[in-house]
Each structure stands twice: as C-alpha cells, then as structure tokens.
Design a protein around this ligand. Structure first.
Ligand SMILES: [Zn+2]
Length: 170
C-alpha cells in the first residue's frame, strides 16, 4: 500500500462499519481524491493522483468540495498538540466479553475493549473534539485548524490538502 493510501485509510470508516461506502477513499470525476468516515474528512490537493483509488460517482464528492468554500472565519490555529497518553478506562474491567457463537463481541462503549478511554474530548478554539481525531490531524504536515463553534464543522488545511472535523457536542 502506498504512503498516500495508508494516510487516506486512516480517514476511512472501519471495515465493520455498516457505511461500507465510507470504507475506502474515492475520487470524483475530476480525479480529486477524498476520504471520510463521517466524522472527519480529507480532500487531497487537486491533481494529486493516488492510482489505487477508484472513481466513485457519488453526491458525497460535491458535498465535501462545497464544504471547502465555507471556511470558518475564526482564524487558523496550528494543529500542534502534545497530548498525554489516553487515560485508562474506568468504566469496565478492560476486557471485551467473549465472542458469542456468531463471533459478535460486546465491547465497552468508552474504550472499545482497549482499556484506554478513547472518548476523551479536548477543547480547541471554541469547540471540543475527540482527541484521537486531533491526533490524526496533527500528524499531517504543517496542519492548521479553524474551528466553527460548538456545533460547526472545523476546517483544516495541510501541506497536501484540506479537510473537515466534526466537533463533539457537550
Ligand atoms: Zn472500557
């Protein structure tokens, strides 16, 4: 898998997500490459080709590109955070239950059975975001984020593209 594809996959829905159409990145009719899991989205700069990514004819493309014209006016902050490791989950015994006969596992909502609380939120500007998404965005080169209030889509830009992040309502 190419580096670009590895990056895009981090923005896709998990393989077990019912929104199968969000499990892979796609490109629009202009060849613009994008990916989203419904909470976070990435659009690579026009002309950036990732050969493994297939064209998909979907209204989601125009929707994402349309959002790119709605940049919050709050101003950009550098997406540079030095987060402590995730805290241990205090809601469970740090184990998923045994899989049932059909292979389904009942995991802790707070930690997905990992033992570490993944639901922690962090305030950035005037909104709160899931820490694991902020970490993902901070891994992008020269990334900056502009927030849009407690219920608005934050916009980010980096050396290579742009994207959006949905806040966590509190
Ligand atoms: Zn837990």
């Amino acid at each position: 898998m190419s580096k670009a594809m590895e990056l895009l996959k981090r923005f896709c829905a998990d393989a077990d997500d019912v929104r199968y159409f969000l499990q892979e990145p796609w490109k629009d009719a202009n060849g613009t490459v994008m990916a989203s899991n419904g909470h976070v989205a990435i659009i690579l700069d026009p002309g950036t080709d990732v050969p493994e990514v297939a064209f998909v004819d979907t209204p989601r493309s125009a929707k994402l590109i349309g959002w790119a014209s709605e940049i919050p006016s709050a101003g950009f902050l550098p997406a540079r955070w030095d987060f402590a490791p995730d805290p241990e989950c205090d809601q469970c015994d740090r184990k998923s239950s045994e899989p049932d006969e059909d292979g389904f596992v009942d995991s802790c909502y707070w930690c997905d059975g990992t033992g570490f609380n993944k639901k922690e939120t962090i305030a950035v500007g005037d909104a709160h975001f899931a820490k694991h998404y902020l970490r993902l965005i901070a891994s992008l080169p020269d990334c900056q984020i502009a927030t849009a209030g407690s219920g608005g889509r934050a916009f980010f830009r980096f050396n290579g593209g742009i994207g959006f992040l949905m806040p966590v309502r509190r």
